[in-house]
Design a protein around this ligand. Structure first.
Ligand code: MN
Length: 144
């Protein structure tokens, strides 16, 4: 686990995003941030191994069963990022407004190489979800 890539992409004197650090304590939060960047999207993040494992979801995360959405894995983010809302100034990586769309706890049900099954306890997202890796950084997310 590393925040190297996360930090390399950002200049912390110019962006309000947290520099953050790897957390030692085990936690189980998830967050979905709506992000008005060049392309509007949702960022889905799961706390795992002291960081937030992160995926960009171009369309809305399904709240109903059996709708599959593409989720592209991106660099790990620090746990502190789960509280981040604000505007990333123009000229910076990911420039645009970020707003928390949903947040809560989750339970990890199972995790193997290419499949993560978990239960979300958010306000908007509730129930059992699956992330399935199919190629490189490309995953599918859907509700079971
Ligand atoms: Mn984003």
């Amino acid at each position: 686990m590393s925040l190297k890539e996360y930090r390399k992409k950002r200049k912390f004197r110019k962006t309000p995003e947290p520099k953050g650090r790897i957390k030692k304590k085990k936690g189980n939060i998830f967050v979905v941030q709506e992000h008005w960047a060049t392309h509007h999207h949702f960022d889905f993040r799961l706390e795992m191994d002291g960081v937030l494992k992160s995926w960009v979801i171009p369309k809305k995360i399904p709240q109903k069963r059996n709708i599959r959405r593409l989720a592209v894995q991106v660099e790990d983010h620090p746990i502190e990022y789960a509280d981040f809302e604000g505007v990333i100034p123009e000229g910076n990586y990911g420039a645009g407004k970020v707003k928390i769309w949903d947040k809560g706890k989750y339970n990890l049900i199972s995790k193997i190489n290419k499949a993560i099954k978990f239960e979300l306890f958010g306000k908007k997202l509730r129930g059992t979800y699956m992330l399935l890796k199919f190629k490189d950084k490309n995953w599918l997310i859907f509700k079971l």
